[in-house]
Write a protein that binds this ligand. Structure first.
Ligand code: ADP
Ligand code: MG
Length: 396
C-alpha cells in the first residue's frame, strides 16, 4: 500500500498550493490465475485484482489545464489543455491518461476544469501485471467520480480499453481493464471475454498469499509466437468442422467431443495446441467448482497442470518460466505454481503459505539465478479491490 502522506509531500513539492482539495484514488494491477490462451478461443479467463497497483492524487485547478506527473517517470511531466487533447509521441506515458480523458470527452463526460495529477505505480511496467490498464481505469474512475457521474465498472473498462486501442494504438483485449475495474477483495472473476458474461468466485485464502515472480526476461518472441498459436487454433477448427459443421471456436467443444474427433487433425503439433485449449478451459471450470468449496489444494494442482500443459502442449513457457516454476514447486507450503500471461517471459504466480514466503523468496531466487543467470523480483499480495477512492491520510 502506497504511503499517502509521503505522496502528499511530493504532490505539494511538484504543484505547490495547499493540502486542502487533494483527493486520493487507487486502481489495482491484475493477474490471470488460470485460463491461458483461452480468450481468443472463446473460452473463459480467471483473473483477479491485486492488493497493489497505482495510486492517484489529484486536485482541481481554476483553469483548463491538466498537469500530469508520475513518481515512476520523474523526468517526464505533461501539461495539456482540456481543449487540445491529442496523441503526441513525445508525451510518452502521458498518452495513457490523456487517451482516457479523450474518451470521456467523446462520451460527454470530460472534466469540467483542469487538474493537477500525480500518479504512483507499484506495478512493474511491461511485465504482464497490467500497469497500463491500471493507470487507465484509475484515471477514468477518478475523473468520473470528480464529475459526479455514476460509474458502471464494465462500461469504464470498455472505455479504458478503447483508449488503449485507439488513442495509443495498442491492441489489447478486455481482460485487463475488466479485472482492474471489477475486482473484489478475496474474489476471482470468471470472465468470457467475447460476451463479457462474468461472475465473482470466492477465493478464501487466509493462510495463503499469491507470490508473483517476475522472471525479468525480456519477452522478445511474444508477438510472432502468439500469431502462430492463433493460426494453429484456426487450423484445428477447420479440420474439426468436418465433424462439427457449426464449429467456429475451440471453446465450443467439450473435452469428450474433442477427443472423439481429434484424429481428424492431421498435424500432431496442431492437435497438441488444440488439446491444451480444450483442457485449459475445462480446468478453469473445475477451478470455479473447487474454489466454491474452499478447496485451495486442488486449485493449486490445477495451476500446476495448467503450466505443464502450456509447457508441453502449447509450448509458450521457455527456460526462464520453467526454471522459476520448478524452483517454486520444491518449496514446502507451495500449493501450485504457473506462468501467467502470454508466456516466453514475464511473470509466474504461485500460491504460497504465508509462513513459507521468506523461504520461497530465498530458495526460488537462488535456484532461478543458478539456472538462468537472471535476478528475479517477487511481489507478495492477495486479491484486492477494483478501482476506488481512498480516504485522505491524517496529516501530522
Ligand atoms: P503492462 O501493462 O504489462 O505493465 P504496458 O507496456 O502495456 O505494460 O504498459 C506500461 C506503460 O504504461 C508504461 O511504459 C507507461 O507508459 C504506462 N504506465 C503504467 N503505469 C504508470 C505509472 N504509474 N506512471 C506513469 N505511466 C505508467
Ligand atoms: Mg498493458
Amino acid at each position: 500500500m502506497a504511503d499517502l502522506k509521503q505522496l502528499t509531500g511530493q504532490f505539494l513539492t511538484l504543484f505547490g498550493g495547499e493540502v486542502e482539495g487533494i483527493r486520493y484514488y487507487q486502481a489495482p494491477g491484475r493477474v490471470n490465475l488460470i485460463g491461458e490462451h483461452t480468450d481468443y478461443n472463446g473460452g473463459y479467463v480467471f483473473p483477479a485484482a491485486l492488493t497493489f497497483g497505482t495510486t492517484l492524487l489529484l486536485r482541481p485547478r481554476g483553469d483548463r489545464v491538466l498537469r500530469f506527473a508520475s513518481t515512476n517517470f520523474p523526468h517526464k511531466q505533461g501539461e495539456v489543455l482540456l481543449d487540445g487533447i491529442e496523441y503526441r509521441e513525445e508525451d510518452d506515458w502521458v498518452n495513457y491518461p490523456k487517451g482516457v480523458v479523450n474518451e470521456l470527452q467523446i462520451s460527454g463526460r470530460g472534466p469540467a476544469q483542469g487538474y493537477d495529477l500525480l500518479y504512483h505505480g507499484e506495478i512493474p511496467n511491461g511485465s504482464g501485471l497490467s500497469s497500463s490498464a491500471s493507470i487507465e481505469v484509475l484515471t477514468g474512475y477518478a475523473l468520473l467520480s470528480e464529475g459526479g457521474h455514476p460509474i458502471d465498472r464494465t462500461e469504464l473498462a470498455l472505455l479504458a480499453q478503447k483508449s488503449e486501442n485507439e488513442f495509443n494504438g495498442v491492441q489489447c483485449g478486455i481482460m485487463d481493464q475488466f479485472a482492474v475495474a471489477n475486482g473484489r477483495r478475496d474474489q476471482a472473476m470468471l470472465l468470457m471475454c467475447d460476451t463479457l458474461e462474468f461472475r465473482h468466485v470466492p477465493f478464501e485464502s487466509e493462510e495463503y498469499v499469491l507470490v508473483i515472480g517476475n522472471t525479468n526476461k525480456r519477452r522478445g518472441l511474444v508477438d510472432s509466437k502468439y500469431n502462430e498459436r492463433r493460426s494453429e487454433c484456426d487450423q484445428a477448427v477447420e479440420e474439426l468442422k468436418e465433424a462439427y459443421p457449426e464449429l467456429t471456436l475451440l471453446g465450443q467443444l467439450t473435452p469428450e467431443q474433442f477427443h472423439t474427433e481429434a484424429g481428424r487433425i492431421e498435424s500432431m503439433t496442431v492437435r497438441r495446441r488444440a488439446l491444451h485449449v480444450v483442457e485449459e478451459i475445462d480446468r478453469v471450470l473445475q477451478s470455479v467448482s473447487v474454489l466454491e468449496k474452499g478447496d485451495l489444494h486442488t486449485f493449486g494442482q490445477l495451476m500446476n497442470d495448467s503450466h505443464d500443459s502450456l509447457r508441453d502442449l502449447y509450448e509458450v513457457t521457455g527456460k526462464e518460466l520453467d526454471a522459476m516454476v520448478d524452483a517454486a514447486r520444491k518449496v514446502p507450503g507451495v500449493l501450485g505454481s504457473r506462468m501467467t500471461g502470454a508466456g516466453f517471459g514475464g511473470c509466474t504466480v504461485s500460491l504460497v503459505h504465508k509462513d513459507s514466503v521468506d523461504r520461497f523468496r530465498e530458495e526460488v531466487a537462488a535456484q532461478y539465478t543458478g539456472v538462468t543467470g537472471l535476478v528475479p523480483d517477487f511481489y507478495v499480495c492477495s486479491i484486492g479491490d477494483g478501482a476506488s477512492q481512498l480516504d485522505a491520510p491524517i496529516q501530522a
